[in-house]
Design a protein around this ligand. Structure first.
Ligand code: PEP
Ligand code: MN
Length: 345
């Protein structure tokens, strides 16, 4: 439920609404807006006496949020959320932000070479997993904390920000310290304890869609993070399980306009996991930008044939540079711009 204040409402009137919500046994989230302040009522169990709130001085109207997700919905917050990152980078505004790098951090020289290559092609955020969620327990599991240190080294060398996955709560502690964006992977989209921990983190969270998750489930997973107080969530379409083994997953780009309609949160797209096939990544990256994605996350490896994970879907640096060129043209055609790396001296 949202209590929308009149344009002329005073600070005391807003305070009175907050206190009344708390007296009723719920949490209040005041949200100052450009035109007017709204106060969100969190934890509505269907027993809220809205007439008591509607009658308070300074209240314009009480809105019942119809979606099962509340704080994530556009009903709750009509203006798009723009995530602000260090160095002035934003996600969810006009810029299309490209994150790129290998699936896994494999060693310092590999991640630094990948970082240089993707930066030279125009990426602004380096991806690379130090904690890897692998289907088989016998596959490469990632370098753990050492991998995070290597990512930090690559950031130092290139100025790129870091997005990297956390698999559990102790992993969030580490990624919060070493990274810039905490990735929650597809397999953990419904790991509610992990979502709650990410909701208490002070860094933005990249939440990937589960491999068989509906859009409602994705948005409810994001709600867990917002409900804990972290409003900085970036969603990611990365393909869902289809019936056809011709591609690794079924890249569902409808998710982009759907999420933009239902939620104020930004959504990016992952054409690498979405297709699983190197030669399908660039066409689907173009399609994602055309569909209105707020960014891309792309797997790029200096030597994909020797990658320890996801080599078959990883681009070479040359292929990635071409992807960037093409995506810049598409972004411009729809009135956007691919974010450019800042000059590093
Ligand atoms: C990844 O980004 O390397 C990854 C494991 O992605 P997902 O969680 O989408 O499978
Ligand atoms: Mn991968």
């Amino acid at each position: 439920m949202l209590i929308v204040m009149q344009h002329s409402a005073t600070a005391d009137e807003i305070k009175r609404v907050v206190e009344t919500i708390e007296e009723l046994g719920y949490q209040a989230r005041p949200m100052p807006g450009k035109q007017r302040t709204a106060v969100g009522l969190v934890g509505n169990d269907g027993k809220v006496d809205s007439s008591r709130l509607a009658a308070l001085p300074g209240v314009l109207e009480v809105i019942h949020v119809t979606q099962p997700y509340k704080q994530v919905s556009r009903e709750w917050k009509p203006e798009s959320t723009v995530i602000k990152l260090p160095g002035g980078l934003t996600i969810g505004g006009d810029d299309v932000v490209v994150m790129a790098g290998p699936c896994s951090v494999e060693g310092e020289s590999q991640i630094v070479a990948a970082a240089r290559a993707v930066r030279d092609a125009g990426a602004v955020i380096l991806r690379g997993g130090a904690f890897k969620p692998r289907t088989s327990p016998y596959s490469f599991q990632g370098l753990g904390k050492k991998g995070l240190e290597m990512l930090a080294k690559a950031r130092e060398e290139t100025g790129l920000l870091i997005v990297t996955e956390a698999l559990d709560a102790p992993g969030v502690d580490l990624v919060e310290r070493w990274g810039d964006i905490i990735q929650i992977g597809a397999r953990n989209m419904q790991n509610y304890a992990l979502l709650k921990r990410a909701g208490r983190a002070r860094k933005p969270v990249l939440l990937k869609r589960g491999i068989a998750a509906t859009i409602t489930e994705l948005l409810l997973a994001a709600e867990y993070i917002l409900a804990e107080g972290n409003q900085q969530v970036i969603l990611c379409e990365r393909g869902v399980r289809g019936f056809d083994p011709a591609t690794r997953f079924l890249f569902d780009l409808t998710a982009v306009p759907l999420v933009h309609k239902l939620s104020h949160l930004p959504i990016i797209a992952d054409p690498s996991h979405g297709t699983g096939l190197r030669d399908k990544v660039t066409p689907m990256a173009r399609a994602a930008v055309a569909a209105g994605a707020d960014g891309l996350i792309v797997e790029v490896h200096p030597t994909p044939d020797r990658a320890l994970s996801d080599g078959a879907q990883s681009l070479t640096p040359e292929q990635f540079a071409e992807l960037m060129k093409q995506c810049r043209i598409i972004a411009e055609a729809i009135g956007r711009r691919v974010a450019e790396p800042a000059e590093v001296s």
